[in-house]
Design a protein around this ligand. Structure first.
Ligand code: F6R
Length: 370
């Protein structure tokens, strides 16, 4: 079943171009997103939406965080994201017209399910349509939700989520587009641009995967380290969080993610030659700000690993190991593409550490108890 791969994690990382194709299949035309992909009553439902509340755990939560940037930045629709275990035990203020979105690979995560069940109790008082983005058909979350979008990632066996995350982001970009056009917040030109970007995504993911040898070499920087820091700005901040989570899970190296602008507010005190710093540097409006953050790290002797666009122009030297990961990524495709080398990095660090990559200690694939 593993074929040429040593581990499911590796196999699933390399299945991502196909997982993207399968998730798009039948959901887009060459220029448009089919709103009916979210259910035949989706358009009626989306017409009533005034804001979005996303609930998930772990890696699925990180995909929701990326979507928050998209919803607010691209279509100006308020979007909140929270981990299920917090949301379910506080008294959140619920507003009429909230699209309540759960995201889950398994569809069985106890906290996510409990948050959904709790919100459903308010349905007599408020209009709160529920939608789940899920990888498992016939799961608890799909049964309990008004609308369902299945990510067609195929079975994910490795405990560390990889291809499910990528397809969740694809699903969220389709949701953004469907909700945006239904509400008149996105025009046909913007929609076409997003769809064209998504259709290029399998190729972009392949291009990122082609850097495996370089990343394998870089993984050696982590062999004797106990801590790592991941930095990003904008949508690359949640991608940094996901990169840090993956490294923790599979290599047992403590890793933290920070928005690069927060460095000065504390974490800069950690920087010395013992802590590798991973930065994600797409060519976007925040690149120059990120670059000056990286200079601050360099000045303190930190080892930097930078994943950038070919156009970003951070050059390699003793302190900077630069991987020219991709080129021509857009606002939607950038976070999806830049996550790929972080998955490979965690995988190769884990191999060096000799951990059980597919079954990390203390973790279960489906967290059905809280
Ligand atoms: C991380 C990981 C977990 C899950 C989390 C939610 O690699 O796999 O953080 O993402 O337990 O699981 P699902 O998506 O099944 O609800």
């Amino acid at each position: 079943e593993l074929g040429e791969h040593r581990h499911y994690m590796h196999k699933e990382i390399f299945e991502q171009p196909q997982a993207v194709i399968d998730t798009l299949e039948g959901r887009v035309t060459k220029d448009t997103v089919l709103t009916s992909a979210f259910g035949h009553q989706a358009e009626e439902v989306f017409k009533t939406v005034k804001q979005v509340q996303i609930i998930a755990c772990g890696t699925s939560y990180h995909s929701g965080l990326v979507a928050k940037y998209w919803f607010e930045d691209i279509i100006g629709l308020p979007c909140q994201v929270e981990v299920a275990s917090e949301y379910r035990y506080r008294n959140p203020v619920v507003q009429d017209g909230t699209l309540f979105v759960t995201i889950s690979q398994s569809g069985e995560t106890a906290d996510t399910l409990a948050a959904l069940q709790q919100i459903k109790k308010l349905k007599s008082k408020f209009n709160i349509p529920t939608l789940t983005i899920c990888n498992v058909p016939e799961s608890s979350l799909t049964r309990e939700s008004d609308l369902t979008f299945l990510t067609h990632a195929g079975p994910e066996i490795g405990v560390a989520s990889t291809k499910a995350f990528t397809t969740q982001l694809v699903a969220l970009s389709l949701l953004l587009t469907s909700v945006g056009k239904t509400l008149g917040l996105m025009d046909a030109k913007q929609e076409q641009k997003i769809v064209h970007g998504l259709l290029k995504l399998p190729g972009l993911v392949k291009q990122a995967l082609a850097h495996e040898d370089e990343i394998q070499e870089i993984a050696n920087c982590f062999a004797d380290k106990h801590n790592a820091l991941f930095l990003g700005r904008g949508t690359m901040y949640p991608i940094a969080m996901e990169g840090a989570l993956k490294l923790k899970e599979v290599s047992y190296i403590h890793a933290e993610a920070y928005p690069a602008g927060e460095l000065k507010h504390g974490p800069l005190a950690l920087i010395d030659e013992q802590i590798p710093v991973v930065a994600i540097a797409p060519k976007d409006d925040l690149l120059e700000k990120l670059k000056s953050n990286l200079q601050e790290v360099k000045a303190r002797g930190g080892q930097m690993i930078v994943f950038e666009d070919e156009e970003s122009g951070v050059s390699s030297d003793k302190e900077f190991k630069v991987v020219k990961t991709t080129t021509n990524v857009g606002r939607i495709t950038a976070p999806i593409t830049f996550n790929i080398p972080l998955q490979l990095l965690s995988y190769h660090v884990a191999l060096i550490k000799g951990t059980d990559v597919d079954q990390p200690r203390n973790l279960a694939k489906s967290v059905t108890v809280e």
